[in-house]
Ligand binder design. Sequence first.
Ligand code: FAD
Ligand code: UDP
Length: 366
Amino acid sequence: MGKYDYLIVGAGLFGATCANLLSKKGKKILIIDKRDNIGGNVYTECIEGINVHKYGAHIFHTSYDDVWEYVNNFATFNRFTNSPIAIYKNEVYNLPFNMNTFSKIWKDVYTPEDALRHIEEEKQEIKTNPKNLEEQAISLVGRTIYEKLIKEYTEKQWGKNCNELPAFIIKRLPVRFTYDNNYFNDKYQGIPIGGYTKLVEAMLDGIEIRLNTDFFNNKDEYLNMADKIIYTGALDEYYNYKLGKLEYRSLRFDTKILDKVNYQGNAVVNYTGNEVDYTRVIEHKHFEFDSTSPKTVITFEYPSNYEDSMEKYYTVNDDKNNQLAEAYKKLSEKENKVIFGGRLAEYKYYDMDDVIKAAMDLCENI
Ligand code: FAD
Ligand code: UDP
């Protein structure tokens, strides 16, 4: 018998939710993380009085009542609604694709019928079911929008041509025939006041945490330390890549403190053309409504190929990688002591609420 009921590898949202719910069930938990911070990718750090999203901007949105109720136990959420803008060749467009976007793209568009007329006409070039992201995008919004707002952005983001990428990536974005710039369709949305770190700290209150601790540095010792392991690290790494390496996409963040109150007037500005290498610029203070800082903190987000020792930000869920992930999942299902969960261990493009929901479901069945 181990010293702990559960060892949880990774203090991101999957690990933190499991730690919180299992400790409420009376289980003795140790949670470890190789980073020097809790929260995984949602970690925020206070700089100049502003909560900076260190591993990429995170907007919480969900339609699950139970997940919304659960996270509200640990933080109060503000009324932030994500309404990014896109800049292409010095013109500003609203996202997601909605009547504001359509009327800017086509000068004769005033009504939904006007917009539909253009889109119906432009999508005629796609004759069969969309097989890839390019065909999917054109059949959703037509070629003009595809070329100005999707093609180059997506190719920067993924480092692949749009006709080689899976269609599902673009289906995440709403297409709306109303003048509504809300990026999400979900029932609830907001940013935890005080930052995500405060939220995860509250989830992990009273739980033993060891940071700067890599599971693989002492795998056998950790496996013997607890009766069960919940592993949220990379699936292929757990098996020492014995079936081959899964593909990931990484990011580089260039963060600057500026001596001005307001740099771009919006939290998220996407640069959809390929004349710059970054995809978006985040101005963190606009996620909050109470900032009195005379300065501002901005982050340029550069997509990058994944190389060893970089962070694995995105899984690449094309057919080839999904097949390899399935082969690893067959191995992981045979484990009787180790449970795999979260974005990296399930090799899945998961939003925060889905990760929390999956962890809640797991803990309910334990
Ligand atoms: P992670 O947060 O990755 O946590 C896993 C943890 O395990 C990490 O802390 C890691 O250090 C640790 N770990 C890994 N291997 C080991 C090891 N060997 N030993 C010890 N520790 C280890 N979702 C939204 O809902 N809204 C958004 O706006 C949004 N924006 C995003 C923006 C970006 C740039 C990215 C990359 C993702 C975004 N997401 C967003 C998705 C969101 O980040 C994830 O859903 C969520 O953070 C996943 O939680 P997790 O616990 O599965 O993984
Ligand atoms: N996308 C785009 N143009 C934009 C924003 C997004 O073409 O201005 C596409 C791109 O392919 C991206 C996908 O939509 O990978 C999903 O975008 P989202 O903002 O949901 O991505 P994430 O926040 O996960 O990076």
